[in-house]
Design a protein around this ligand. Sequence first.
Ligand code: ZN
Length: 270
Amino acid sequence: MINYTERIALLMQDVVARTGRLSFINLEEVIVFARFGRSDAEGAFATCHCLTMPESEPGYFFWKDRETGELTRRSPWFVTKSPQVRVGQTTVKYLISFVLPRFCDQTLVGSRKADLYPSAEPWVAKLDTIVHELYHIDPGATGIRALENADGRRSYRSHGPMFYEDVSDMVRGYLATQPDPALYDFLRHDFACLSEMFDGVVGTTFSNFPSFPQRYMETVDLPASEPRVKLEPLKTPTQPVIYTEDDLHIRQFTECNSRRLTRKGRYCAA
Ligand SMILES: [Zn+2]
């Protein structure tokens, strides 16, 4: 079977080595993982998730009476934090997720990217997405190249027109260095074709699949300014706050679902 996320991680190493503007990226601090998403459904092909954003300022939720505007209930004070992800001694700073099978079926034909690649082959859309996600990694290492709001929602302001052009410049620049086609040939095939050629498509996922390490809320002990208002407890967190290499599983993906492989896959660092 083809390990799709491992192939992307290997390709990323070559891209980073041959692209000056991405050469600051240490891929040991990046995990490439897979999420599930059907090809015939709308949605992202890939996402860059930052784990280095600082803890938020304390805040709380509150509810008001619609008529009187009076405060009726409030949550305890809380902060939002990034979970920790460690592989051996390394603290992981970024996660890049690819949505399977949707990503594999991406093509330039009819896409908004087509204008940026006038004479390119259809599969270059996938290389564009890979470089796009790498470009979100911030050179200042303080978090994010204007990527996401604190709650993880994508901020579209971060994608000015230059962002897409920069990415296509880097894609063309990379291909012009004549990299070994063996590194990117897997991008030529759609999901059905890969499944047949390799007898299956697998990828790295987290133990809490379909979830993955995400920002979480933690209660902090601060005095309430309205002590008589009813306190509505926060939901108890159900996801881990620390992940290690033991939380990296291998799943096989099909057109419509995924399953964990019982054979323990050896994790290959990005
Ligand atoms: Zn983006």
